[in-house]
Design a protein around this ligand. Structure first.
Ligand SMILES: NC(=O)c1ccc[n+]([C@@H]2O[C@H](COP(=O)([O-])OP(=O)(O)OC[C@H]3O[C@@H](n4cnc5c(N)ncnc54)[C@H](OP(=O)(O)O)[C@@H]3O)[C@@H](O)[C@H]2O)c1
Length: 365
Protein backbone atom coordinates (compact mmCIF):
# COMPACT_ATOMS: atom_id res chain seq x y z
CA UNK A 1 0.00 0.00 0.00
CA UNK A 2 1.31 3.47 -0.89
CA UNK A 3 2.06 5.63 2.15
CA UNK A 4 3.39 9.10 2.86
CA UNK A 5 5.28 10.67 5.77
CA UNK A 6 3.69 12.93 8.37
CA UNK A 7 5.10 14.84 11.34
CA UNK A 8 3.28 14.00 14.58
CA UNK A 9 3.31 14.94 18.22
CA UNK A 10 3.36 11.77 20.31
CA UNK A 11 2.83 13.47 23.67
CA UNK A 12 3.31 16.79 25.46
CA UNK A 13 6.95 17.90 25.41
CA UNK A 14 8.19 14.82 23.56
CA UNK A 15 10.28 15.08 20.38
CA UNK A 16 8.22 15.07 17.19
CA UNK A 17 8.18 11.86 15.17
CA UNK A 18 7.48 10.73 11.61
CA UNK A 19 4.68 8.28 10.93
CA UNK A 20 3.59 6.78 7.63
CA UNK A 21 -0.03 7.18 6.63
CA UNK A 22 -1.93 5.50 3.79
CA UNK A 23 -2.18 7.65 0.63
CA UNK A 24 -5.64 9.26 0.66
CA UNK A 25 -8.17 9.21 -2.17
CA UNK A 26 -10.14 12.46 -2.59
CA UNK A 27 -13.90 12.01 -2.29
CA UNK A 28 -16.72 14.34 -3.43
CA UNK A 29 -15.39 17.93 -3.54
CA UNK A 30 -12.06 17.11 -1.89
CA UNK A 31 -8.70 17.78 -3.48
CA UNK A 32 -5.31 16.22 -2.75
CA UNK A 33 -2.52 18.73 -2.28
CA UNK A 34 1.22 18.13 -2.03
CA UNK A 35 2.38 20.73 0.52
CA UNK A 36 5.48 22.70 -0.43
CA UNK A 37 5.65 25.18 2.47
CA UNK A 38 4.08 25.29 5.90
CA UNK A 39 3.84 28.09 8.45
CA UNK A 40 4.55 27.15 12.06
CA UNK A 41 1.96 28.67 14.37
CA UNK A 42 1.53 28.99 18.13
CA UNK A 43 -1.14 26.28 17.93
CA UNK A 44 1.54 23.77 16.84
CA UNK A 45 3.45 24.67 20.00
CA UNK A 46 0.34 24.57 22.21
CA UNK A 47 -0.32 21.07 20.86
CA UNK A 48 3.26 19.72 20.88
CA UNK A 49 4.32 21.12 24.25
CA UNK A 50 0.99 21.46 26.01
CA UNK A 51 -1.06 18.64 24.47
CA UNK A 52 -3.85 21.17 23.85
CA UNK A 53 -6.87 19.49 22.22
CA UNK A 54 -4.84 16.61 20.73
CA UNK A 55 -4.98 12.85 20.76
CA UNK A 56 -1.44 11.67 20.00
CA UNK A 57 -0.11 10.63 17.63
CA UNK A 58 -1.51 13.71 15.93
CA UNK A 59 -0.28 15.31 12.72
CA UNK A 60 0.51 19.00 13.30
CA UNK A 61 0.12 22.05 11.10
CA UNK A 62 -2.83 23.81 9.56
CA UNK A 63 -1.50 26.38 7.09
CA UNK A 64 0.02 25.19 3.82
CA UNK A 65 0.78 26.14 0.26
CA UNK A 66 1.13 23.33 -2.24
CA UNK A 67 0.33 21.77 -5.60
CA UNK A 68 -2.98 20.14 -6.46
CA UNK A 69 -2.23 16.53 -7.40
CA UNK A 70 -5.68 14.90 -7.57
CA UNK A 71 -9.32 15.98 -7.69
CA UNK A 72 -12.39 14.38 -6.11
CA UNK A 73 -15.29 13.57 -8.47
CA UNK A 74 -17.26 16.78 -7.78
CA UNK A 75 -14.35 19.20 -7.24
CA UNK A 76 -14.52 22.04 -9.78
CA UNK A 77 -12.56 25.03 -8.44
CA UNK A 78 -9.01 23.85 -9.26
CA UNK A 79 -7.04 21.82 -11.76
CA UNK A 80 -4.21 19.38 -11.18
CA UNK A 81 -1.00 21.46 -11.10
CA UNK A 82 -2.60 24.59 -9.58
CA UNK A 83 -0.79 26.15 -6.63
CA UNK A 84 -3.15 26.67 -3.69
CA UNK A 85 -2.95 27.85 -0.10
CA UNK A 86 -5.26 26.99 2.73
CA UNK A 87 -6.10 26.71 6.39
CA UNK A 88 -6.98 23.02 6.87
CA UNK A 89 -7.22 21.39 10.27
CA UNK A 90 -10.32 19.28 10.95
CA UNK A 91 -9.00 15.75 10.50
CA UNK A 92 -5.66 13.97 10.50
CA UNK A 93 -5.91 13.90 6.67
CA UNK A 94 -6.38 17.70 6.53
CA UNK A 95 -3.50 18.61 8.86
CA UNK A 96 -0.60 20.33 7.09
CA UNK A 97 2.68 18.78 8.13
CA UNK A 98 2.58 15.75 5.86
CA UNK A 99 3.41 14.90 2.28
CA UNK A 100 -0.21 14.73 1.10
CA UNK A 101 -3.14 16.75 2.44
CA UNK A 102 -6.73 15.98 1.46
CA UNK A 103 -9.49 18.51 2.18
CA UNK A 104 -12.58 20.04 0.55
CA UNK A 105 -11.77 22.59 -2.11
CA UNK A 106 -13.50 25.42 -0.17
CA UNK A 107 -10.63 25.30 2.35
CA UNK A 108 -8.18 26.53 -0.31
CA UNK A 109 -7.55 29.55 -2.52
CA UNK A 110 -5.39 29.90 -5.61
CA UNK A 111 -2.09 31.64 -4.87
CA UNK A 112 -1.92 34.90 -6.86
CA UNK A 113 0.96 35.07 -9.34
CA UNK A 114 2.38 38.26 -7.81
CA UNK A 115 3.14 36.71 -4.40
CA UNK A 116 5.86 34.22 -3.43
CA UNK A 117 4.74 30.86 -2.04
CA UNK A 118 6.63 31.48 1.21
CA UNK A 119 4.81 34.79 1.69
CA UNK A 120 1.41 33.34 0.75
CA UNK A 121 1.64 30.60 3.37
CA UNK A 122 1.74 33.23 6.14
CA UNK A 123 -1.91 34.05 5.43
CA UNK A 124 -4.42 31.24 5.68
CA UNK A 125 -4.54 30.44 9.39
CA UNK A 126 -4.57 33.95 10.75
CA UNK A 127 -6.28 35.80 7.91
CA UNK A 128 -9.22 33.46 8.52
CA UNK A 129 -8.89 33.94 12.30
CA UNK A 130 -8.91 37.72 11.99
CA UNK A 131 -11.91 37.77 9.62
CA UNK A 132 -13.89 35.31 11.71
CA UNK A 133 -13.21 37.23 14.93
CA UNK A 134 -14.10 40.61 13.47
CA UNK A 135 -17.40 39.35 12.03
CA UNK A 136 -18.57 36.65 14.44
CA UNK A 137 -17.16 37.81 17.77
CA UNK A 138 -17.08 41.60 17.38
CA UNK A 139 -20.10 41.75 15.04
CA UNK A 140 -18.60 43.87 12.25
CA UNK A 141 -20.31 43.55 8.88
CA UNK A 142 -17.33 43.34 6.44
CA UNK A 143 -19.62 42.99 3.41
CA UNK A 144 -18.23 41.10 0.40
CA UNK A 145 -17.92 42.38 -2.25
CA UNK A 146 -17.29 45.71 -0.51
CA UNK A 147 -19.93 48.18 -1.79
CA UNK A 148 -18.64 51.36 -3.45
CA UNK A 149 -18.29 54.11 -0.81
CA UNK A 150 -18.89 51.70 2.07
CA UNK A 151 -18.78 53.34 5.51
CA UNK A 152 -18.85 51.01 8.53
CA UNK A 153 -21.52 51.79 11.12
CA UNK A 154 -18.92 51.62 13.94
CA UNK A 155 -16.57 54.08 12.20
CA UNK A 156 -16.67 56.65 15.01
CA UNK A 157 -16.02 54.11 17.78
CA UNK A 158 -12.55 53.19 18.98
CA UNK A 159 -11.33 49.64 18.49
CA UNK A 160 -8.35 48.39 20.49
CA UNK A 161 -6.28 45.62 18.91
CA UNK A 162 -4.13 44.29 21.75
CA UNK A 163 -1.06 42.73 20.12
CA UNK A 164 -1.14 44.38 16.69
CA UNK A 165 2.37 43.03 16.04
CA UNK A 166 1.12 39.43 16.09
CA UNK A 167 0.16 37.73 12.87
CA UNK A 168 -3.57 37.91 13.71
CA UNK A 169 -3.19 41.56 14.74
CA UNK A 170 -1.48 42.54 11.50
CA UNK A 171 -4.27 40.99 9.42
CA UNK A 172 -7.04 42.42 11.61
CA UNK A 173 -5.69 45.96 11.24
CA UNK A 174 -5.28 45.67 7.46
CA UNK A 175 -8.79 44.27 7.01
CA UNK A 176 -10.33 47.02 9.17
CA UNK A 177 -8.39 49.74 7.36
CA UNK A 178 -9.64 48.50 3.98
CA UNK A 179 -13.24 48.64 5.19
CA UNK A 180 -12.82 52.25 6.30
CA UNK A 181 -12.34 51.91 10.05
CA UNK A 182 -10.17 54.79 11.19
CA UNK A 183 -10.35 54.79 14.99
CA UNK A 184 -7.92 51.94 15.48
CA UNK A 185 -5.61 51.74 18.47
CA UNK A 186 -3.11 49.00 19.08
CA UNK A 187 -0.52 47.75 21.55
CA UNK A 188 2.74 46.37 20.17
CA UNK A 189 6.42 46.73 20.80
CA UNK A 190 7.87 49.97 19.41
CA UNK A 191 9.74 48.27 16.59
CA UNK A 192 6.40 47.50 14.92
CA UNK A 193 4.68 50.86 15.32
CA UNK A 194 5.65 52.28 11.95
CA UNK A 195 4.38 49.22 10.08
CA UNK A 196 1.17 49.10 12.12
CA UNK A 197 0.48 52.76 11.39
CA UNK A 198 0.78 51.87 7.72
CA UNK A 199 -1.70 49.05 8.38
CA UNK A 200 -4.20 51.56 9.75
CA UNK A 201 -3.42 52.05 13.45
CA UNK A 202 -4.14 55.68 14.34
CA UNK A 203 -2.66 55.26 17.82
CA UNK A 204 0.06 52.82 18.93
CA UNK A 205 0.96 52.00 22.54
CA UNK A 206 4.00 50.05 23.63
CA UNK A 207 2.75 47.11 25.67
CA UNK A 208 6.13 46.93 27.41
CA UNK A 209 5.73 50.41 28.95
CA UNK A 210 5.22 50.05 32.69
CA UNK A 211 2.38 52.60 32.55
CA UNK A 212 0.67 51.29 29.41
CA UNK A 213 -2.62 50.73 31.28
CA UNK A 214 -2.58 54.33 32.54
CA UNK A 215 -1.86 55.51 28.98
CA UNK A 216 -4.85 53.55 27.68
CA UNK A 217 -7.07 54.88 30.47
CA UNK A 218 -6.09 58.44 29.79
CA UNK A 219 -6.56 58.01 26.02
CA UNK A 220 -10.01 56.39 26.39
CA UNK A 221 -11.33 57.28 29.87
CA UNK A 222 -14.72 55.70 29.14
CA UNK A 223 -13.11 52.57 27.66
CA UNK A 224 -12.92 51.03 24.19
CA UNK A 225 -16.28 49.74 22.88
CA UNK A 226 -14.46 46.96 21.00
CA UNK A 227 -11.30 45.12 22.02
CA UNK A 228 -9.60 42.29 20.19
CA UNK A 229 -7.05 40.51 22.36
CA UNK A 230 -4.78 38.80 19.81
CA UNK A 231 -2.45 37.47 22.51
CA UNK A 232 -4.71 35.76 25.08
CA UNK A 233 -2.00 35.69 27.71
CA UNK A 234 -3.21 36.03 31.30
CA UNK A 235 -0.42 38.32 32.48
CA UNK A 236 0.52 39.76 29.09
CA UNK A 237 -2.88 40.89 27.86
CA UNK A 238 -5.96 39.69 29.77
CA UNK A 239 -5.08 41.23 33.15
CA UNK A 240 -3.73 44.48 31.64
CA UNK A 241 -6.93 44.81 29.57
CA UNK A 242 -9.09 44.20 32.65
CA UNK A 243 -7.21 46.93 34.54
CA UNK A 244 -7.40 49.34 31.61
CA UNK A 245 -11.18 48.79 31.63
CA UNK A 246 -11.55 49.37 35.34
CA UNK A 247 -13.15 52.81 35.05
CA UNK A 248 -15.28 52.03 32.02
CA UNK A 249 -19.02 51.81 32.48
CA UNK A 250 -20.13 51.68 28.84
CA UNK A 251 -20.53 48.42 26.96
CA UNK A 252 -17.34 46.67 25.84
CA UNK A 253 -17.21 43.76 23.42
CA UNK A 254 -14.01 41.87 24.15
CA UNK A 255 -12.87 38.99 21.95
CA UNK A 256 -9.98 36.94 23.33
CA UNK A 257 -8.11 34.49 21.11
CA UNK A 258 -8.13 31.14 22.85
CA UNK A 259 -6.40 29.51 24.55
CA UNK A 260 -5.72 31.83 27.46
CA UNK A 261 -2.09 31.14 28.24
CA UNK A 262 -1.64 30.90 31.99
CA UNK A 263 1.96 29.75 31.73
CA UNK A 264 3.85 30.26 28.46
CA UNK A 265 5.46 27.38 26.59
CA UNK A 266 9.25 27.73 26.75
CA UNK A 267 12.38 25.60 26.75
CA UNK A 268 11.89 23.05 29.58
CA UNK A 269 8.60 24.65 30.68
CA UNK A 270 5.25 22.87 30.53
CA UNK A 271 2.61 25.37 29.47
CA UNK A 272 -0.74 25.79 31.21
CA UNK A 273 -3.85 26.86 29.33
CA UNK A 274 -7.45 27.77 30.02
CA UNK A 275 -10.35 27.79 27.58
CA UNK A 276 -12.62 29.76 29.94
CA UNK A 277 -13.05 33.50 29.38
CA UNK A 278 -15.99 33.96 31.75
CA UNK A 279 -13.78 35.00 34.66
CA UNK A 280 -10.36 36.47 35.29
CA UNK A 281 -8.70 34.39 37.99
CA UNK A 282 -12.13 33.40 39.29
CA UNK A 283 -13.63 36.92 39.25
CA UNK A 284 -16.36 37.49 36.64
CA UNK A 285 -15.89 40.37 34.20
CA UNK A 286 -17.91 43.50 35.10
CA UNK A 287 -21.47 43.45 33.73
CA UNK A 288 -20.62 45.98 30.98
CA UNK A 289 -17.94 43.68 29.49
CA UNK A 290 -19.11 41.02 27.09
CA UNK A 291 -16.09 38.69 26.87
CA UNK A 292 -16.02 35.94 24.25
CA UNK A 293 -13.39 33.31 23.54
CA UNK A 294 -12.48 33.10 19.84
CA UNK A 295 -12.69 29.66 18.22
CA UNK A 296 -11.88 30.13 14.53
CA UNK A 297 -12.51 26.45 13.95
CA UNK A 298 -16.22 27.29 13.91
CA UNK A 299 -15.97 29.73 11.00
CA UNK A 300 -17.48 27.11 8.67
CA UNK A 301 -20.83 27.51 10.49
CA UNK A 302 -21.21 30.61 8.29
CA UNK A 303 -22.19 29.18 4.88
CA UNK A 304 -21.14 32.34 3.02
CA UNK A 305 -17.69 32.44 4.58
CA UNK A 306 -17.34 28.69 4.15
CA UNK A 307 -17.67 29.11 0.38
CA UNK A 308 -15.94 32.47 -0.08
CA UNK A 309 -13.44 33.28 2.64
CA UNK A 310 -10.52 31.10 1.62
CA UNK A 311 -11.33 30.48 -2.03
CA UNK A 312 -12.22 34.05 -3.05
CA UNK A 313 -11.77 36.76 -0.41
CA UNK A 314 -8.30 35.75 0.82
CA UNK A 315 -6.64 35.41 -2.62
CA UNK A 316 -8.32 38.56 -3.96
CA UNK A 317 -7.19 40.81 -1.08
CA UNK A 318 -3.70 39.35 -1.31
CA UNK A 319 -3.50 39.87 -5.07
CA UNK A 320 -4.79 43.46 -4.84
CA UNK A 321 -2.16 44.31 -2.23
CA UNK A 322 -4.83 45.10 0.38
CA UNK A 323 -3.26 42.51 2.65
CA UNK A 324 0.49 42.40 3.02
CA UNK A 325 1.71 38.93 4.09
CA UNK A 326 3.61 38.55 7.36
CA UNK A 327 7.36 38.87 7.14
CA UNK A 328 8.91 35.42 6.64
CA UNK A 329 11.72 33.67 8.51
CA UNK A 330 12.77 30.54 6.60
CA UNK A 331 13.86 27.47 8.52
CA UNK A 332 16.56 25.24 7.05
CA UNK A 333 17.06 21.54 7.77
CA UNK A 334 17.96 18.33 5.99
CA UNK A 335 14.66 16.51 6.60
CA UNK A 336 11.02 17.36 7.12
CA UNK A 337 11.31 16.29 10.76
CA UNK A 338 14.37 18.47 11.36
CA UNK A 339 12.69 21.51 9.85
CA UNK A 340 9.51 20.92 11.85
CA UNK A 341 11.49 20.61 15.10
CA UNK A 342 13.56 23.73 14.35
CA UNK A 343 10.46 25.74 13.53
CA UNK A 344 8.90 24.77 16.86
CA UNK A 345 12.13 25.54 18.71
CA UNK A 346 12.15 29.06 17.26
CA UNK A 347 8.60 29.62 18.50
CA UNK A 348 9.41 28.10 21.90
CA UNK A 349 12.40 30.42 22.31
CA UNK A 350 10.40 33.42 21.05
CA UNK A 351 13.01 33.80 18.34
CA UNK A 352 10.87 35.87 15.98
CA UNK A 353 9.00 39.12 16.39
CA UNK A 354 6.11 40.07 14.12
CA UNK A 355 7.27 37.39 11.68
CA UNK A 356 6.03 33.97 10.60
CA UNK A 357 8.29 30.92 10.71
CA UNK A 358 8.02 29.09 7.38
CA UNK A 359 9.55 25.76 6.41
CA UNK A 360 9.66 23.43 3.45
CA UNK A 361 7.45 20.34 3.71
CA UNK A 362 7.99 18.21 0.56
CA UNK A 363 11.25 18.40 -1.33
CA UNK A 364 9.70 18.85 -4.83
CA UNK A 365 10.58 22.05 -6.58
N1 LIG B 1 -8.61 30.53 18.99
C1 LIG B 1 -8.36 30.81 17.73
O1 LIG B 1 -9.21 30.69 16.87
C2 LIG B 1 -6.99 31.32 17.36
C3 LIG B 1 -6.68 31.58 16.03
C4 LIG B 1 -5.42 32.08 15.73
C5 LIG B 1 -4.50 32.31 16.74
N2 LIG B 1 -4.85 32.01 18.03
C6 LIG B 1 -3.93 32.25 19.14
O2 LIG B 1 -3.62 33.63 19.15
C7 LIG B 1 -2.31 33.82 19.63
C8 LIG B 1 -1.55 34.67 18.64
O3 LIG B 1 -1.32 33.94 17.43
P1 LIG B 1 -0.37 34.55 16.31
O4 LIG B 1 -0.09 33.47 15.34
O5 LIG B 1 -0.95 35.83 15.79
O6 LIG B 1 0.89 34.86 17.19
P2 LIG B 1 2.32 35.42 16.79
O7 LIG B 1 2.29 36.09 15.47
O8 LIG B 1 3.30 34.33 17.00
O9 LIG B 1 2.48 36.54 17.93
C9 LIG B 1 3.69 36.83 18.47
C10 LIG B 1 3.77 38.35 18.62
O10 LIG B 1 2.92 38.78 19.67
C11 LIG B 1 3.52 39.90 20.30
N3 LIG B 1 3.25 39.84 21.74
C12 LIG B 1 3.65 38.88 22.60
N4 LIG B 1 3.19 39.15 23.84
C13 LIG B 1 2.48 40.30 23.75
C14 LIG B 1 1.77 41.08 24.68
N5 LIG B 1 1.70 40.74 25.97
N6 LIG B 1 1.15 42.20 24.25
C15 LIG B 1 1.21 42.57 22.95
N7 LIG B 1 1.89 41.88 22.01
C16 LIG B 1 2.52 40.75 22.41
C17 LIG B 1 5.03 39.75 20.08
O11 LIG B 1 5.50 41.00 19.71
P3 LIG B 1 7.01 41.47 20.08
O12 LIG B 1 7.93 40.39 19.56
O13 LIG B 1 7.15 42.73 19.35
O14 LIG B 1 7.04 41.60 21.54
C18 LIG B 1 5.16 38.72 18.96
O15 LIG B 1 5.74 39.27 17.81
C19 LIG B 1 -1.72 32.42 19.84
O16 LIG B 1 -1.82 32.02 21.18
C20 LIG B 1 -2.60 31.56 18.96
O17 LIG B 1 -2.65 30.21 19.36
C21 LIG B 1 -6.06 31.52 18.36
Amino acid sequence: MATHSAVVTVGPGLPLEIIHLPAPTPRDNEICVRPLWAAATPLDLHQADGGLLVQPPQVLGDGIVGTVIELGPTATKYRVGDTVFGFTWRTQAEKGHQEVVVAPEFLFGKVPGNVSLQAAVTLPNNFVSAWHTLTKDLGFELPWPKPEGYVPREREQWILIWGGGSSVGQFALQILKWYGYTNLATTASKAHHEKLQRYGAAKCFDYRDADVEAQLLSFAPTGFPFILDCIGNLNGSVLPISRALSSSSSTVKLAILLPIIIRDPGPGTTPIYSMDVSTILGTPWPANVEAVGVRTHFYLDNEFLKEKLQSEIMPSLLEWGVIEPNEVVLVEGGTMLERAERALAILREKGVSGQRVVWRVCEDT
